[in-house]
Write a new protein. Sequence first.
Length: 186
Amino acid sequence: MSHPPTGTLTFLFTDIKGSTARWETQREAMAAALVRHDALLRAAIEGRGGTVFKTVGDAFCAVFADAEEALGAAMDAQRALAAEAWSAFGPEFADLRVRMGIHHGKAEERGGDYFGPSLNRTARLMSAGHGGQVLLSLAAQQVVRDYLSTAATKAGTAPDPSTLRRDCIPPPTGHPRSRRQAVPVG
């Protein structure tokens, strides 16, 4: 069994937007779709060297030793989710939209789980997003900035570096940073 990564790490948290309502109205379809969702996310995370250390309902908490791989996993997952034929789970079943947050920082590992302010920051970033978005903290953005530009250029989807979303936790009312922009996923 491999040891979980420690030190300064990158965390990726995910959550299906609107899943509670779907569970109430489309229980059987949602149960089947969640199995597919979980397989797609695990493949993207583990395929990039990440470790899923916790799941809560339809939410994933993953850790990466490498920030570039965390971002790559999020982008891979969003592409896979977007390509999936969710209507196969029912004629009224809309696409699953997953919001994701990525933060780079220190955390304490205990018994295969992680604790500390970095996890709180990651959770807040993720919860501020909309389905289909990947939000980065300033710390994560600074680590992956060159990687994102290079990878996107190779894929033909290079975003303007000024559109990278930074610290998207809503600032206090009236704060000059109240206007934010999102990172294009693909």
